[in-house]
Ligand binder design. Structure first.
Ligand SMILES: *Cc1c(COP(=O)(O)O)cnc(C)c1O
Length: 429
């Protein structure tokens, strides 16, 4: 396997792009070497510019849940392209996608479409403040909620991978209303409420995927919701990653907990730029033009992106692959653990349905501090051996791997062989 064309493009890319990437998580800083440049993808596979073919477990960091270039999505998008790209006025498809989303999340009466997960969360947080008239927001260490100033503290994967504690360029003023709590620790929430009276909301990834996969333990989420209800503060579920992935109705459907405000992204656009935030009528009526909270977007509800989202969600609902995800996810988890055992490598695997990842540590990982006990040098060796054996993973210990419904028994076979070689390489370090 060679990477000559990727190397060439990387050098060329460095001239006019920052680090040759448009999102830092795509850089290979923590695993070494150059980022791969992709030529195309189909189904469960992705092909780089040197013609190397990989089983894709990145899936654009989640959106490609039914695999790349699904026929139905291509057809839906092609049809929309014929009518125009953007109008600055409403289209019927926006109503169709809105109904699909509100049906999937029963707590949501209304939804507003935006263009990314970051935008969805910016707006969701503004809405919580508008509705409660309070300013403070609690976030959990290790959770990522997009790159808005006020939430770029203790923000998980991207920053952790690059060993950046917080972002430069964020004024102290911008984070003075942000409080940090520990995932899976209700006491750390209670403490803040004891000390502050002006807390609008707690924002959480109901299943966290941005410090690696971390799962709420016991009844953590339910207890959190009950506590917030008593305190009159809102729960914002950042389901940008888990929405339509954990289940069609997101992590909330699986865990049986409903949030006051839900933020969506990734799968909802099926690879096109779509984000959304929604809530019950009483809350959404704060948003302009119905209410005094301003939020707007020239390309929001873009007709091509709406068509991509509708086709993806329609096909996803029809396939209902969640049982398959559970089965295959469990299979991969077992392969990782058994191979680690065979080569005497310390490994702990977290998984929730189609999101999983191994941590190179003995510790059971239930929060960011434990995730950080992972041996990232081991991950780097593992990562490159997986690449050489045809499996494309996110280039970071702190990112989740994703499954698509296009994954086949042959793909799993390929993965099994790759994991064996990679774990063996790690054991020789
Ligand atoms: C990816 C992600 C975001 C940001 O979405 P973008 O589309 O990258 O702006 C926000 N929250 C969570 C939980 C995410 O996984």
């Amino acid at each position: 396997m060679n990477f000559k064309n990727s190397e060439k493009l990387y050098k060329k890319g460095l001239i006019n792009l920052v680090g040759a990437v448009n999102s830092p998580v795509r850089a290979f800083s923590s695993v070494g070497g150059n980022p791969l440049f992709i030529k195309k993808a189909k189904g469960s596979k992705i092909i780089d510019v040197d013609g190397n073919e990989y089983l894709d477990l990145v899936l654009s960091y989640g959106p490609m849940i039914i695999g790349h270039r699904h026929k139905k999505v291509q057809k839906g998008v092609a049809k929309a392209l014929k009518n125009g790209y953007s109008f600055g006025a409403s289209t019927e498809n926006e109503i169709r996608l809105a109904k699909m989303v509100c049906d999937a999340f029963p707590e949501m009466d209304k939804v507003r479409f935006v263009n990314s997960g970051t935008e969805a969360v910016i707006s969701g947080v503004r809405l919580a403040r508008a509705f409660t008239g309070k300013d403070k927001i609690i976030k959990f260490s290790g959770c990522y909620h997009g790159h808005q100033d006020s939430l770029l503290v203790a923000a998980g994967s991207g920053l952790a991978t690059l060993s950046i504690p917080g972002s430069k360029g964020v004024p102290e003023e911008a984070v003075k209303n942000t409080l940090i709590a520990e995932y899976n620790n209700l006491e750390s929430i209670k403490k803040h409420f004891h000390e502050h009276s002006d807390i609008a909301a707690v924002i959480i990834e109901p299943i966290c995927g941005n410090m690696g996969v971390v799962i709420p333990q016991h009844n953590f989420l339910k207890e959190l919701k009950d506590f917030l209800k008593i305190k009159g503060a809102l729960l914002i579920a950042d389901e940008v990653m888990t929405g339509f992935r954990s289940k069609f109705g997101g992590a909330q459907e699986v865990l049986g907990v409903t949030a006051d405000i839900t933020c969506l992204g990734k799968v909802i656009g099926g690879g096109f730029p779509v984000g959304a935030y929604g809530a019950r009528n009483e809350i959404m009526e704060q948003v302009a033009p119905l209410g005094g909270m301003y939020q707007a977007g020239t390309l929001s509800g873009n007709p091509i992106a709406m068509a991509g989202g509708i086709a993806t969600l329609t096909e996803l609902k029809k396939q209902n692959p969640y049982h398959k995800f559970e089965k295959i996810g469990n299979e991969i988890e077992t392969i990782l653990l058994e191979t680690a055992h065979k080569y005497k490598v310390d490994l702990s695997v977290n998984r929730f349905g189609s999101m999983l990842n191994p941590f190179f540590t003995k510790a059971k990982v239930t929060n960011f501090e434990q995730a950080q006990t992972s041996d990232t040098d081991k991950f780097a060796v593992f990562f490159w051996e997986m690449i050489r054996n045809g499996v494309f993973l996110p280039p970071s210990q702190f990112e989740a791997w994703f499954l698509s419904s296009a994954i086949s028994a042959r793909d799993i076979k390929k993965l099994t062989i790759a994991v064996d070689k990679a774990m063996k390489a790690v054991s020789k370090m």
